[in-house]
Design a protein around this ligand. Sequence first.
Ligand SMILES: [Zn+2]
Ligand SMILES: [Zn+2]
Length: 247
Amino acid sequence: MGPMTEAAPEPKLQLRLVPVTPLQQNCSLLWDTATKHAVFVDPGGEIDKLMATLDQLGLTLTRIWLTHGHLDHAGAAADLRDRTGVAIEGPHREDQFWLDQIEASGKRYGIKGGRNVTPDRYFEDGELLDFEGVAFTVAHTPGHTPGHVVIHNADVKIAFVGDVLFAGAIGRTDFPRGDHDQLIRSITGKLWPLGDDITFIPGHGPPSTFGQERQTNPFVADRLTGYKGAPKAAADTVAQNAADRFA
Ligand SMILES: [Zn+2]
Ligand SMILES: [Zn+2]
């Protein structure tokens, strides 16, 4: 007789990437398998495709989150709010000037359909977002844009990083108010401490892990940044907790 087996329980949350716009931006659709409630992260365009995906999967949209104000990430947010009545949250208020020029950027890049938008509220660094009982944390990560945020959950071990970091690359910093040094500090100071085993969904291209990028990324590998792990205070806390357990 073989070992007893049990059907693996269905995961609480599921994720699907929906590439949108000619820039193939990774719009993320995350949903609760039980309640069928869903959040779109960075609905950058192709509103009909986004609505059809919700429909196909039988989902009800309950949240819209934006990582930053660029056209390919926020271009369809206004349409999505109009069609579903769901409020738009994020990015940080420093990106409003980008949200105000989505239509102008569309003309410049030849991408149709994007609309300027003002979110229902902005994100703050460190705030917690509840999605179906799962807490996501917001980190303000300027550099690519001044109001860029990263949204992550330590239990599911996932981070939505927009255009901060890519597999093998980092975000552009040659736009107005872009800042290369600040971007590097955002990555080493806000992303790396979340843990090597976090899988991140970048705005473009394939997912990767923070650990992989710390080893091989040609812009932010540890050998280039000098990153040596979490700050000593955090390491001391871990050591103290371990000591307490054996006291
Ligand atoms: Zn961008
Ligand atoms: Zn982008």
